[in-house]
Design a protein around this ligand. Sequence first.
Ligand code: NDP
Ligand code: MG
Length: 405
Amino acid sequence: MVEARGRAAAQQLPRGVSILGATGSIGASTLDVIARHPGQFRVVALTAHAKVAELAALCVQHRPQLAVIGDPGREAQLRTALRDAGLSTRTASGMPGLLEAAQSENAGVVVAAIVGAAGLLPTIAAARAGKRLLLANKEAVVCAGALLLEAVRSGGATLLPLDSEHNAIHQCLAGAGTHEGVRRLILTASGGPFRQWHDFSTVTPEQACAHPNWRMGRKISVDSATLMNKGLEVIEASWLFGFARAQIDVVVHPQSVVHSMVEFGDGSVLAQMGTPDMRTPIAYALGFPERIESGSDRLDFLRLSALTFEAPDLERFPCLGLAYRALETGPSASIVLNAANEVAVEAFLARRLPFAAIAAVISQTLDAISPAAPDSVDEVLETDALARRRAGQAIAQWTTSGVRG
Ligand code: NDP
Ligand code: MG
């Protein structure tokens, strides 16, 4: 398990927190938890990609020292918005700005909540800088698991997963000592909005983003609808906890009350439960090893009708099987899988690709290229770029053959 006591642990209160991807869903939940503990945490840096007005509004509320906009063309607009609001918050932009937010000396805690492989470099930078790294950006682990873990080790960072399944497993493994006695990890999946659907030919982005249990960003919502999210999470779990594919199972649990489980050799199964609210794993990771208030609702057992479990259907949801295949093939296949998925999901959200073709695009891209395992972050980015180009070609074929969503 990834958990060295980081330099950040010795920091004084209130602890400085830098949030990468502050304008997103995880960013909002994190800021909500932090606002409940003003004596314990203070916001040091906030970043966004393009949403200047939203970022400026968060700065008015949380008064960070640094505000970073990923798109360099929007920094002047951000500076004006902050000045008009009477704030002295410094601005930065582009990758240098994101890296500054990730490495800031004033931040002991970094929340990695940028969506997609775009978050890879800042996430690795925070690990190298020895931060307490609260990791939501699963694509960074999927693309560069070994390099990220090495950065955590060499930087003396503490990695705590925010993804609710991995956070649950972290909680279940906490008293386990070694992994010797673990039989398997059991990741739960809600099944997404199409759990009971058989015909995906008319699926719209709005339907795919209407998750039954969680309110999330659009990309992860589509991933939940295809079950690719669970596939990425199997790869994430394999890296974070050091288990092979054979020891990681997925069960569909539509109520999203059991967030994941660990089965031990003696037959014990530990589950972590709670209402589906990302503030719970965020509060766990912010407070660890203490427990702090998250603001989430209590789980009312008397109002739960049932907790049910079923096997995932790999025929209707081939993306999960593609992720299993990538994990078994090796690290570069995971980069290809992730990049092709990002490009295909973007095309689906832009109504350029039918929902059912997402898996086909990923499969074609996996078949087309098999790069060598990456030794450096640069090589990860090269493979990522290659896979994006190849996936783009596959999408163009769909579009020109007249298949529309
Ligand atoms: P959102 O889409 O809601 O937010 C994404 C954030 O990243 C925004 O702040 C966005 O800025 C920023 N961003 C997007 N692209 C870039 C880029 N190229 N460079 C810099 N910043 C960028 O996503 P979520 O909060 O839902 O998810 C964030 C991550 O957390 C994902 O990896 C997701 O898989 C993971 N996660 C999310 C969960 C959830 O419940 N939402 C649960 C578990 C994991 P802007 O707003 O300006 O576009
Ligand atoms: Mg999850």
